[in-house]
Write a protein that binds this ligand. Structure first.
Ligand code: FES
Ligand SMILES: [Fe+2]
Length: 452
């Protein structure tokens, strides 16, 4: 037992039960401070590389008062700029009403107010009546302001802090643990977003642990045990399942259904997941799972069902030009099933698909967020579907996600209750929650979890 009420400062402390104050979720002052202390300092996932494939393609990313234009300036270079005209401050690229972001392809950017014009490198190329400034629009004064930008995993990341360290350092060890999965080769199957009534942390925390599965998603309990661990990973955290006994290789996301006949339960679990979540699996995996009963004899051992299912799906995908990553079971056991990238991005990885969540504050209101989910998979070269970010009301999301939404809205309400004494995350299964707040406190200077 550690000292009672001690502030959590190191990952070792997270092994103990801790209390997380509600301040970070509900306080308007805290939410206001986040803009400067967190969002203007952390590396943020802002877009996918495939969003801007052609030279001149651009996409915007908004975070509170700040907006960034990310543009493919040349075949080999991506640049990011503050989305504001240096003349008199008009937002340079408007987001179309009802859209998540602006995007398109241009040879340059023209401000709609007085016509100042900028190249893809951000340099000013035209000022009407430039001579009126008597030669003083030099030294970058008339150019767009640069924003730090880098890429990893197929995502484009930005950092608003001019003094930010390198992205690679920031992402350690998540990037190297996830590199074997080849996430940069995946393309979105669907992408949805919604403005939701909870703090962005409440949203992210609805997906960063497996403790809720048995109660929130009881349908899944028919298919097996979903006891999972959560580990601190520096600034980040990850979660994973314990492999069922006798199936030590089955700790990844492509899991067998348990029960009398794993041929049947695997098919049931796959069909259920496909129809009710449309995440964490692919059409190939579902199709092969549905054939297990015909292609394998009754009484086939679970480990053999698993091996057959996975290897057959892998082979059939390969035949159509979809090559899954090869990741050995020891690595899978360490990498788990999802990474929480500080502060607001989750990557639920697998060798052939992934499910990602992101939540951002909405208009500085601690009780609101922009919540996004995207499902990716591998496609044959040139055959990925063109997807848009689709605004989707909560009632129109896949049913399993609606179960999570129900908790999110109610947690936000509950945390404001005067009688709420702070969250008490499960020290083993929900350590990711404590980890987030330990790291947030370093940026925010307040809100640290304490031991009890
Ligand atoms: S504010 Fe952009 S040209 Fe005047
Ligand atoms: Fe859930």
């Amino acid at each position: 037992m550690g000292e009672i009420g001690r502030i959590v400062q190191a990952p070792e402390d997270l092994v103990a039960p801790v209390s997380v104050p509600a301040e970070a979720y509900v306080s308007p002052e805290y939410a206001r401070a986040e803009r400067d202390r967190l969002w203007r300092r952390a590396w943020l996932q802002a877009a996918r590389m495939e969003d801007i494939e052609q030279v001149g393609s651009y996409i915007t990313f908004d975070i509170l008062d700040d907006s960034v234009i990310i543009v493919r300036a040349s075949d080999s270079e991506i640049r990011a700029f503050h989305n504001v005209c240096p003349h008199r401050g008009r937002k340079l690229v408007d987001t179309p009403p009802g859209k998540r972001n602006a995007s398109g392809n241009r040879a340059g950017f023209i401000c709609g107010y007085h016509g100042w014009t900028f190249g893809l490198d951000g340099q000013n190329t035209y000022v009407e009546h430039e001579a009126d400034w008597q030669g003083h629009l030099c030294g970058g004064r008339a150019d767009l302001g640069r924003v730090n930008v880098d890429s990893w995993g197929g995502w484009i990341w930005i950092n608003l802090d001019p003094g930010a360290g390198p992205l690679a350092e920031y992402l350690h060890p998540a990037a190297s643990m996830l590199d074997p999965y080849g996430l940069e080769k995946m393309r979105p199957r669907w992408r949805k977003w919604v403005v939701f009534q909870c703090n962005w942390k409440v949203a992210m925390e609805a997906f960063c642990e497996t403790y809720h599965v048995s109660t929130t998603h009881p349908e899944f309990m028919e298919f097996g045990q979903f006891r999972g661990w959560a580990r601190n990973q520096g600034l980040h955290s990850n979660i994973g399942y314990e492999a069922p006994k006798g199936q030590e290789e089955d700790s990844g996301k492509l899991r067998l259904g348990v029960g009398e006949d794993p041929r049947l339960t695997t098919a049931e679990m796959q069909n259920f997941t496909w129809e009710n979540a449309n995440t964490n699996t692919t059409a190939t995996l579902v199709a092969v799972a549905n054939r297990l009963k015909d292609e394998l004899p009754e009484g086939t051992a679970p480990a053999d069902v698993s091996a057959y299912w996975i290897s057959t799906a892998r082979r059939e995908d390969e035949a159509r030009g979809v090559v899954w990553a090869q990741v050995d079971p020891q690595h899978t056991a360490q990498a788990g099933t999802a990474w929480q990238i500080f502060p607001n991005f989750q990557i639920g990885h697998a060798v052939n698909n992934m499910l990602c969540y992101q939540a951002r504050p909405y208009k500085g209101d601690p009780d609101m967020c922009i919540f996004e989910a995207a499902v990716y998979e591998l496609y044959p070269e040139g055959q990925a579907p063109q997807t848009e970010w689709e605004y989707t009301e909560p009632a129109d999301w896949p049913p399993v996600l609606q179960q999570d939404f129900n908790n999110m809205a109610a947690v936000q309400q509950g945390m404001k209750n005067v009688g709420f004494r702070g969250a008490q995350p499960n020290p083993y299964m929900e350590r990711s929650v404590a980890s987030l707040h330990m790291n947030l406190a370093r940026y925010m200077g307040t809100g640290s979890p304490t031991t009890y």
